[in-house]
Design a binder for this molecule. Sequence first.
Ligand SMILES: [Cu+2]
Ligand SMILES: [Zn+2]
Length: 209
Amino acid sequence: MWKTYCIATIAFVAYFQYATAEKAAIVQLRNPDGANNVTGTVTFRKSDNGVINITGQITQLTAGNHGFHIHNLGKIDSGCLGTGAHFNPHNVSHGAPNDTVRHVGDLGNVYADATGTANISFTDDLIDLEGDHSIIGRAVVVHQDADDLGKGGQNDSLTTGHAGARLACGVIGILDEGETSAAPTLLAGGWYRLVIATVASLCLYYSLL
Ligand SMILES: [Cu+2]
Ligand SMILES: [Zn+2]
């Protein structure tokens, strides 16, 4: 009985350590000019295989698709226009998230239902929370119109996806730094390692009785 309990506890704590070790970022969206009531929160979490999980909710939109991008700058004091162009470190054309040629910041569209709420849950394997594709300190912008994913044939399809005005924006900040390096000793990494060590010691102690 105690053996099962020991294993379950160690497994749970180890899983919790794993689950809290991922890097994460968060952005609060709103219109800095007060021109509309669009608000939202979006979270970016880096999974073990490097893919970024993007989840969140944006409310007070019009129903339908709205362009959703990472823009270059975290400057929102003068409105969302201050965020500049799409985050595009490789200086290529605008595209869809699943295109080979796209801006790093091209996350496509978010879809708002009849109540104007967009529930967001998708992944992207090009943006990152570190390195030269890092979105930290840059901005998320949600647009009035749908992003045509570079295929609309408009004069701005290959730069902005013809997504129209910028309804809301926000600066992407750090939510969780994750594990910055693998701790070489059992006790070096934090309280959870202390818990694992304690439980493991008790298990060993009782197993020797
Ligand atoms: Cu945009
Ligand atoms: Zn773009």
